[in-house]
Ligand binder design. Structure first.
Ligand SMILES: [Zn+2]
Length: 473
């Protein structure tokens, strides 16, 4: 299929230009004023065309728990999350569709889903998410979330001997599962990719990391993990390895130019040098870091050190939405408070580039995606500059990043295929999706999370907090 977007605004240098953009098949074929029209014609007047963003870290099934977990730090939040994790494939399907739709409608054309697996139905969980993303047509990077240690192991011991218990699945069985997922679902040409994605050093053995590295090398897979999200995790790395998590991951060979790491809040200067030297990507999830009190990731220092940075929403239980434009806004201006020298602050254009090209780089696809370049894949988003939230006419990218854009995505394409047209998602009946999300949930302000009650006293003790617990259980 070919089409031409006519008279559309695109950013050039420090200005904008009105051009025609031709797409042939899945690629951008030409960008210039007054091109000979080819294929279907799209009216680009009063619209801005940008490369699609990457929602570079999320967990789709958290959608079922958004808006309800109390304000507590990650280590307690995750205990509650796990106690109520969805166990039905239909829920996995609906939340993957919902995550894809919200990502598309906030400028994303790719999603990295660090997918929580239903115990005993692991492959079926992956198959279900893949089916949902294929249906929507978003470019999918499904990263099955794996670990081989029980949840209690994620807390530092603080000098107290503790029994963590065994995890439900062996390391070997987990690696075999990922290899099977690769064989069944990894189809980069069709827009579906499988990543190796150990959840992080807090719940994974070196053997699991080694197996992931081996699979990544053998099948040319990207690598993804959480890294140094909280102060507790920083303490844990010192307890576990006698060095930082970054130094450890470098030693065991996990860091590379196809490795993206979510959060990276608690890194020091030596760690940042390692991230730059290994060409690893930081995925910044500012709303999750604020919501869970994890801290402010040193994003300006990463940028100064030459570390690639992209944006993620993180799962909907720690955000609690999938609005990528909101993550880009907060993830840009938040750092103005961390450095008095405004010359280091992130400009709206830099933020857009981090979200698109930075996201593509973190997936080792920057030669294919992430910019308006002839020959690259047509993963594109057309914004409606007549939308009230983008008026009056000033700087379109400034309005998009610094404002509060509402329903501004007019069209979106992935691989040259329409996924949003006239502000409507093409391949999903959103009214039906809303009804199904409604039907399968209930208003619910209070519930009992037994694992939080088990962990809270130890967490408070090891983090130097007073003994009184919240009574939150
Ligand atoms: Zn996460």
């Amino acid at each position: 299929m070919s089409f031409t977007i006519q008279n559309v605004l695109i950013p050039v240098d420090r200005a904008y230009e009105t051009v025609d953009v031709q797409i042939e098949g899945d690629r951008i074929a030409a960008i210039a004023p007054h091109l000979e029209p080819v294929g279907t014609l799209i009216d680009g007047r009063n619209k801005l065309l940008l490369p699609g963003f990457v929602n570079a870290h999320t967990h789709s099934s958290e959608m079922w728990q958004r808006g309800m977990i109390p304000p507590v730090p990650l280590e307690l939040w995750i205990a509650e999350l796990y106690d109520f994790t969805p166990l039905e494939l239909e829920q996995v399907y609906l939340s993957a569709i919902g995550t894809a739709v919200e990502t598309l409608l906030s400028g994303g054309t790719s999603v990295v889903d660090h997918l929580v697996l239903i115990p005993g139905q692991e492959l079926a969980t992956i198959a279900t998410a893949v089916r949902a993303y294929r249906q929507v047509g978003i470019r999918a990077f499904v990263a099955p979330l794996i670990q081989d240690e029980a949840l209690a192991a994620s807390l530092p011991n603080g000098g107290i001997e503790r029994e963590h218990g065994d995890y439900v699945r062996s390391t070997a069985a987990t690696l075999a599962l990922i290899e099977e997922a690769v064989n069944q679902f990894h189809r980069p040409d069709e827009g579906v990719n499988i990543l190796v994605a150990p959840t992080g050093i807090q719940l994974c053995s070196d053997a699991l990391f080694a197996g992931c590295i081996e699979l990544s090398d053998r099948y040319n897979l990207c690598r993804h993990a959480h890294l140094s999200e909280t102060r507790a995790q920083k303490l844990l790395a010192q307890e576990k390895y006698g060095r930082s998590a970054v130094e450890h991951l470098k030693q065991i060979g996990f860091l590379s130019d196809r490795t993206s790491l979510a959060h990276c809040v608690w890194l020091d200067d030596a760690d940042i040098e390692i991230m730059a030297a290994t060409k690893s990507t930081v995925v910044h999830n500012p709303l999750s870091n604020l919501r869970l009190g994890s801290g402010i990731a040193p994003i300006l220092r990463y940028r100064q050190a030459g570390v690639n940075v992209s944006f993620g929403c993180d799962g909907s239980a720690s955000n609690d939405s999938q609005d990528l434009l909101e993550a880009i806004k907060i993830g840009s201006i938040l750092h103005n408070t961390t450095d008095f020298d405004y010359q280091n602050w992130i400009t709206p254009r830099q933020a857009i580039e981090m979200a698109s090209l930075g996201g593509a780089m973190g997936l080792n696809l920057n030669d294919q995606l992430g910019s308006l370049t002839v020959g690259k894949k047509a993963d594109l988003v057309l914004y409606d500059l007549m939308n009230l939230s983008l008026l009056p006419r000033t700087d379109p990218i400034g309005l998009l990043v610094l404002g509060r854009p509402v329903n501004v995505v007019d069209h979106a394409w992935v691989n040259g295929q329409s996924v949003v047209a006239n502000n409507t998602v093409c391949n999903v009946d959103v009214n039906q999706l809303k009804q199904e999300l409604f039907n399968q949930s209930q208003w619910n302000a209070k519930r009992q999370a037994p694992t939080v009650a088990q962990l809270e006293a130890h967490y408070r003790s090891v983090m130097g907090l007073s003994e009184s617990t919240l009574g939150y259980s």
